[in-house]
Design a protein around this ligand. Sequence first.
Ligand code: MRU
Length: 347
Amino acid sequence: MKSIFWRNNGLVIIDQTLLPARVEYLFLSNPTEVIEAIRKMCIRGAPALAIAAAFALFLGIRNLRARSYIEFRKDFDRIKRSIASSRPTAINLFWALERMSRRLEENKEKSVREIKRILFKEAKDILEENRSVTRQLSKIGAQLIKDNDRILTICNTGILATVDYGTALGVIYEAKRQKKSFKVFACETRPLLQGARLTAWELKQNKIDVTLICDGMAGYLMQKKLINKVIVGADRIVLNGDTANKIGTYNLAVLCRYHKIPFFVAAPLSSFDLSIKNGDFIPIEERDPREVTHLFFKKPIAPEGIKVFNPAFDITPHRLITCFITEKGIIKPPFKKNIKKIYNENQ
Ligand code: MRU
């Protein structure tokens, strides 16, 4: 299954809002369509957002008629700003836009035609690199998985959230490929049910032993010793290791500390934001209250007019994280020092 790819001069994505009932693809031919697909969660998951953002930018500039670099840059920046406004928390989206900007800046002496070709290549590179990065990260993370493990995860961090394999789920796929025997428990992940609709579906398709639970059941399972590891993804990891991920991740980390269960965060280096010193400064997206009051915006499940608070992410303080699994190795505490080190080594 391919979740995101380029074909016939457009970006093709699986419409994740229709899963698991239907597998349907959307063909996106301009930035407005990509932005809408991102806002509606047809495409989601931090690494997939990076790829969508890079191609959205290319789709926006490919037909520009600007002749000079100055003119071209103005339009480029306008399109970039609109893509950047689609979702605020996953740093990968901004990382991809900045990478495209840098490539533009480096090639400003070239003709507009040549610049367009270079930016197209950059978007394709971002996609292809995600494949190798997640494979590498998965290999490194699979060392932490042992026979008879019972692993809990949240949200969707797999094939649908990346180009292939995934981050936390990539580790699980790789451990399975190595013929390790283990069980996975997937939190349903209210309100949009990425765990139930996407992770449970993906893992079942790939013959992984997966059990779906409601988010509030995690503590009971830990108390009953049914879980011995938690692996999650990340939307933004900052300098001190504080980590933004799907709402409910922090609850799991607190439970892990109480029950002495290791808590792993699997994420590529493109998920790190060293410009922010701690989690207090991470922008947290608040989404439509109807995600909470209605089942998929359709069936009401709460009284009309009820007050709702719907933050899409929470921050797990670094002290609750056992280690980070990246494509460049495992990062252990002290995080500030070790994140800086791995980052500097890979600049
Ligand atoms: O709101 P979503 O579904 O985009 O949230 C996604 C997550 O929180 C994932 O855990 C994270 O992006 C990592 S995906 C490899």
